[in-house]
Design a protein around this ligand. Sequence first.
Ligand SMILES: [Zn+2]
Length: 192
Amino acid sequence: MKIANLFFSVPIIIILLYFLPPLGIIVFLARYLVYGNRHFFRAPIYIMACASILALPFGIEQFLKLIHVKANIPYLQEILNWEYYPNLLSFARFSFIVAVIVLIITILLRKLINTLSSKISQFIGQYYNDRLQSDNEIAKENDLKLKEKALTSKQKTPHAVKCPHCGKTNSIIGTVGKCESCRSTIEYKGKH
Ligand SMILES: [Zn+2]
C-alpha cells in the first residue's frame, strides 16, 4: 500500500505527465480507482494549482499588457526569456487540461459507481427479502398442512361412545356425533 501511495502520488503523476503523457493520464485516472471516493477531487486540484503556478509569469505578463501597465517585476523577464519556459508553459497548459478532464471523468465515474452500487445493493436486498418472504410462506403452509393432517387424522379415528339416553354403543368419527337409535347428541370425551 505504501508503494501504491507513492506511485499514485501527485508528484509522480506530474513527472509521468511530463515524460510519458499517456501513462501519466492512466495513473492519474487509476488513482481514483485506488483511493475511491475519498478526496477524489484533490489530485486534479493540486495539479491545476501546480500548472497555474508554472503559468503565473506568463499570466502576469499578459495581464500587464492587457491593462497597459509597465511594471518592473523582479525576474519576470528573466523567467519569460528562459529558453525552457515556453516548454514548461505548454506542459502547464497540457496538465491543466488533463486535470480538468480527469476531474470531470471522476465525477461522472463517481456518480455511475454510486448509482450502480446502490442499485446492486437494492437488488440484493430485494432478492433476500423475497426469499425470506417465500421461505416464511412455505413454512407457514407446511405448518398449516401439518395441523390439517393432525386434525383430519384425529377426526377420522372412530370412537366407541355409549349413548347416555338409550345405552346403545355407537361408533362416531370426531368428537361429536348422533346416536343411531335415539338420534340424541353424543359426545366423545376422550380417554381418561
Ligand atoms: Zn341413544
